[in-house]
Design a protein around this ligand. Structure first.
Ligand SMILES: Nc1ncnc2c1ncn2[C@@H]1O[C@H](COP(=O)(O)OP(=O)(O)OP(=O)(O)O)[C@@H](O)[C@H]1O
Ligand SMILES: [Mg+2]
Length: 393
């Protein structure tokens, strides 16, 4: 029986596993932490490889600063970091990591091999289930390679809680995409089971990254936005109202190079479209926000994706206005089909006419939808008749 009155400090491996419960929720969290370390180390090229949706292998190779041989084991200690030193650093964090939790957390729930070099002689360390196994000399290629195998092998409950391999892979892909969007100046590659799923140029061109992720056709329907105030700046790309998705997941907010989740700012993006979006549809958007780090508190949650922003309402207005203004200029372009429909069917509301091609009623569909289908067929018939009669004239 456990003596509940006996207070004692937990052994480091157990403390790390508890911390891993928050930091390493799923394979995608490991990818996020390792890639963020690579970015913090000033890498220009980051290659991510996974096998079996990350459960068999997650490998991240970077060409960054590397870690000195005599520091490598310290990197695996809890709360050990090179990124902050004193209390006031916590209120002006400029790096993606700062908690000194990722490596000890990951290594407590997996087998990890880390090879690193600062340019001279390299070093390789191995950890199994949080326990140090070995350190030896290795290749001297500048940069770091981390290989994580058998993730969650010693935490069966966590393993069981994971979704299907396809869902986990989609979550990894989503994280890599957002990291690539946040850092167009870094060349990313992402390979799953030998298949390359993403490659970006690293030339600092956000549009190129968007094209690599969503495809060139999609990107041709995105427009740039920009706005600046003395202590605040935003820029990015948003989709025209005709290009939408069924979830708000395609709205990416990047605050000082960090992908963040923030409901009020996501709402501000949607608000910028006013009534131009169909109900239940959302735009694709990437909004880069530059803000004095002193105005942001990133120490809210272990995953560092939630932040508190002191200028949040002002920022929200700025985003909505920038989108509204950009879309207002795009509205000036005449739409031949829209004008044609308006002339032919003055009594039918424009919103119905515009969305007719998208409504595909099923056989079991409601009477309303079947009526719309009939109306749609009629419209197209009239359009064809009108065009062919113009041609014969
Ligand atoms: N790819 C890398 N290249 C260079 N140094 C690295 C790399 N990965 C980790 N490090 C070093 O190891 C330290 C510990 O990494 P770890 O990810 O555990 O903590 P952190 O990045 O400081 O904070 P956080 O837990 O918020 O990520 C880092 O502070 C950094 O000095
Ligand atoms: Mg880190």
């Amino acid at each position: 029986m456990v003596n509940l009155k006996q207070i004692h400090e937990l052994p480091p491996i157990l403390a790390n596993q508890i911390s891993a419960g928050e930091v390493v929720e799923r394979p995608a969290s490991v990818v996020k932490e390792l890639v963020e370390n690579a970015i913090d180390a000033h890498s220009t090229q980051v290659d991510v490889t996974v096998e079996n949706a990350g459960l068999k292998l997650i490998k991240v190779v970077d060409d960054g600063d590397g870690i000195d041989a005599d520091q490598v084991q310290t990197a695996f200690l809890r709360h050990a970091t090179s990124k902050i030193t004193e209390q006031r650093d916590l209120f002006r964090v400029r790096t993606l990591g700062f908690r000194g939790e990722a490596l000890p957390s990951i290594s407590s729930v997996a087998d990890v091999v880390l090879k690193t070099s600062t340019g001279a002689m390299g070093t390789e360390v191995t950890y199994k289930g949080g326990k140090f196994v070995s350190q030896s000399a290795s290749e001297s290629r500048k940069g770091t390679t981390v290989e994580v195998r058998s993730l969650f092998y010693n935490t069966p409950a966590r393993l069981k809680y994971l979704s299907s391999p396809n869902t986990e892979l989609a979550k990894i892909s989503d994280i890599v995409n957002r990291l690539a969007l946040s850092h167009p100046e870094v060349a990313f590659s992402f390979t799953s089971n030998g298949r390359e799923l993403l490659r970006t140029s690293g030339r600092g061109d956000l549009l190129q990254v968007l094209g690599a992720i969503y495809g060139v056709k999609t990107v041709s329907k995105m427009v740039p936005i920009q706005s600046e105030e003395p202590d605040l700046a935003i820029n990015g790309f948003v989709s025209l109202p005709e290009l939408t998705r069924a979830s708000r997941n395609y709205i990416s907010l990047i605050l000082n190079g960090r992908f963040v989740r923030n409901y009020p700012l996501t709402r501000a993006v949607i608000d910028g479209y006013g009534s131009k979006l169909m109900i239940g549809r959302f735009p694709i958007a990437v909004i880069n926000i530059k803000l004095d780090p002193a105005l942001v508190d990133v120490n809210v949650h272990p995953t560092k994706q939630e932040v508190r922003i002191s200028e949040e309402p002002k920022l929200g207005h700025m985003i909505s206005n920038a989108i509204r203004q950009m879309l207002a200029t795009k509205q000036l372009i005449p739409d031949a089909t829209r004008d044609f429909l308006r002339n032919q069917f003055p009594a039918v509301p424009m919103i119905i006419l515009q969305n007719l091609p998208r409504l595909v009623p099923s056989r079991k569909g409601s009477l309303y939808l079947r009526c719309l289908l009939r109306l749609r067929v009629q419209i197209w018939r009239m359009m064809i008749q009108s065009l062919s009669s113009k041609e014969t004239i």
